[in-house]
Ligand binder design. Sequence first.
Ligand code: PLP
Length: 419
Amino acid sequence: MRDYENNKGTMMIDGVSSVDIANKFGTPVYVTDEQIVRENYRNIYNAFAQYMPTEVHYACKANTNLAILSILNQEGSHIDAVSIGEVLTCLKAGFPAERIMYTGVNVSDEELAQVVQTGCRINLDSRSELERLAKITTDIPISFRITPGVASGHSEKVMTGGKGSKFGIPMNQVIDTYARAKDLGFDVKGIHAHTGSGGMTTDPFTDVVDVLCEMVNRIEEEVNIKLEFLDFGGGIGVPYRPHDPEADLNELAILITDTIQEETDIKTVALEPGRFIVCDSTVLLTKCVDIKEAGMKKFVGVDAGFNTLIRPALYDSYHYVAVANKFNKAGVAKYEVVGPICKSGDYIAHDRALPEMEEGDIVAVYCGGAYGFSMSSNYNSRPRCAEVLVNNGEAELIREREDFEDLWRHQIVPARLSK
Ligand SMILES: Cc1ncc(COP(=O)(O)O)c(C=O)c1O
């Protein structure tokens, strides 16, 4: 978890007062520190690239803001995209098609044709998708996502690699599928798996790389295809709590690249971190609008609910909170930090020691850069919030706050109902 500078009781984000940002751009607002995005990308890329040729495919589902994508494009990142919308967004941000790999699940013919049109790389999730792609073209390099039988993650809802998962080619069909792709005339370049998201140990990664390496060799022996890249997916966990350990990237890189280089002739390792690159780059600033005591509980009502940050409500995820305008004050009481959504499950943080809270205080919710804005919604007819980018003492708007017109923009009321 990042430490933020404390300037006489105000939380500072790369030299800019968080309170000034809240006042200028309104709340709730996601505030991203550009240098942290760059640093995270460089750290993870360099950790692996010192041992073997590496492609970091940023899993853009974590955060698809065009400015953040543009930063990563400047860094030379590749992209893991899961929908045609993500592919087009990354192209709009300037990524060349060859640095985007599309891995869909339950992909329609229409979407497959659109993805082919963009010229990006395609990583296939099923035999059905292979057969349907062959009807569009075979003149395209492909790879396959396999189901490795290894699952990991911070919640069952984000575990993807276990046996019986909806994702990927089941282990007992992998060889046949590669053989079929070869028969169809495809140039098959790689193999991919993703075990899940947010696990904090190296085991799932080493386990999945073992499975992938074994498969690489079987594919070469049994189907005579020499694969060029091995992509072991994303999911590297990050510290959300003050004393959570950080991932040891160097240890992970050594374990993985040693195995790949000792066991196979694979030339390039690929990985797909989303959370690792953007999570701690961003805080969500939300204003305290209401204070209430009920029973034994003290509630801080803030203007961000699960419409703005759904992770606590959806996964019971922990996000550290601090009071940005009382940054040097210690916690004096335990509070429930809750939002404006009409559901009892709407909360941001449970049972947190905070300074004496007052209406108008600015609560900073840490680690909001991954699956924060990208999973936000208009639930309860609330316009989605703004996003701001901070760099070297300057704060710039990178997404305008929606207005009420945005809520109604695509709705049509049949004329007969307006009479
Ligand atoms: C296929 C795939 N790759 C990468 C990721 C990124 O995971 P994380 O953000 O935890 O690194 C996901 C997350 O859902 C995924 O499904």
